[in-house]
Design a protein around this ligand. Structure first.
Ligand code: PAP
Length: 351
């Protein structure tokens, strides 16, 4: 991307330096050549309504288009020491953590209260490049290479798809699985209005959901964070809701950019929290219009629904909820990770 304008210090809003953005090209429209045999030989879970089929690669159900990207990521991604990757299972707070991390890391170039902040004109996903989309092609990989340091990137890939060498720092966000299921259901209903919640819940419980099994996804990052807390920050969506300012400070320390006394006094933390709040992001044109991907027909505004904890009680049958709780108890009981407080905390917490 020799012709793309590149600022000297990152993270830069990716859309501003991506010469292809707005061209309508999509990760879904390019068929992978490399590793085509590998993909076609993997177990397949078909999906309707224009959604990419899932393929089981190294124990995870990845969207078919992203399998070559997983291979390329494992083999060729050259992490830099100051890279920061926001990782998550879908519908667990990706958009929010992308926004918070971008605003925190870029605050010197772009003060959060400034009228020209990139998040006022761009969707958070446009600011933070999606690793698996870029690793679909050599061209995409080159774009990543050309980004100035520190780079901020985003992925839904499980940890095992990351390169063996430590990939800089990872900020992982997880969410109470029943709320994730309800959020995913609302999202997918944009493509299939009659989709039963039971179907989504079943596929998540059975593991064959996009990037699933969700438990293994969480556990991979959780154990990495326990082993290497300086490299993997493990956040929970519900805790972010409870005290976003505390977690923005934590995030800033983790990425090596703690807030100074002067910044604290000037209210910079609160500025970041306000800028990235769902109430604010929802009102912006960049988040009200357009689609998640130029040709993927889910409107961007579907990324900003309610943004609360405990919404599952409004939709799930007791049996559905019990099934997920039992799996969660079984999978996480040795890890100290519990979502129990949210099981009894059924009333939604608004920001
Ligand atoms: P993605 O994986 O497709 O990027 P992701 O952002 O992880 O989606 O999840 C969307 C959820 O985060 C939605 O939850 P809900 O359906 O339960 O409401 C969305 O509302 C919520 N969300 C998006 N932005 C924010 C934000 N700024 N603050 C809090 N929650 C948010």
């Amino acid at each position: 991307m020799a012709d793309a304008p590149v600022a000297s210090v990152g993270p830069v809003p990716f859309k501003d330096v991506d010469a292809d953005s707005g061209s309508g090209s999509s990760v879904l429209e390019q068929l992978p050549e490399e590793h085509a045999d590998l993909v076609s030989g993997l177990p397949c879970a078909p999906r309707p309504n224009g959604l990419s089929n899932l393929r089981c690669y190294e124990g995870f159900w990845l969207p078919e288009w992203s399998v070559p990207a997983a291979v390329a990521l494992q083999r060729r991604f050259q992490p830099r020491r100051d890279d920061v990757i926001v990782a998550s299972f879908p519908k667990c707070g990706t958009t929010w953590v992308n926004a918070l991390t971008f605003a925190t890391m870029a605050r010197r170039a772009h003060p959060a209260a400034g009228a020209g902040h990139p998040l006022l004109r761009l969707n958070p996903h446009q600011c933070v490049p999606f690793l698996e989309a870029l690793f679909r092609s050599r061209r995409g990989e080159a774009k990543l290479e050309a980004l100035p340091s520190p780079r901020l990137m985003n992925t839904h890939m499980p940890l095992r798809m990351m390169p063996r060498a430590a990939p800089g720092k990872v900020v992982y966000v997880c969410r109470e699985p029943k709320d994730m299921v309800v959020s995913l259901w609302h999202y997918l209903r944009r493509l299939q209005p009659d989709l039963p919640l039971a179907d989504v819940s079943e596929s998540v419980c059975g593991g064959a959901a996009m990037y699933g099994p969700v438990w293994d996804h969480i556990l991979g990052y959780r154990s990495a964070s326990t082993a290497r807390p300086d490299s993997v920050l493990f956040l929970r969506y519900e805790e972010l809701l409870r005290d976003p300012a505390k977690h923005v400070r934590k995030l800033a320390r983790f990425v090596g950019l703690p807030f100074s006394g002067a910044e604290e006094e000037a209210g910079v933390v609160d500025d970041i929290v306000k800028l990235c709040s769902i109430g604010h992001l929802k009102t912006l044109e960049a988040n009200k219009t357009g689609h998640v991907d130029p040709i993927f027909p889910i409107p961007r505004e579907a990324l900003f629904r309610k943004g609360v904890a405990g919404d599952w009680v409004n939709y799930m049958t007791p049996e559905m909820a019990r099934r997920i709780d039992e799996i969660v108890a079984d999978k996480f009981h040795t890890t100290g990770l519990t979502f129990q407080e949210w099981l009894t905390h059924a009333d939604s917490i608004d920001l």
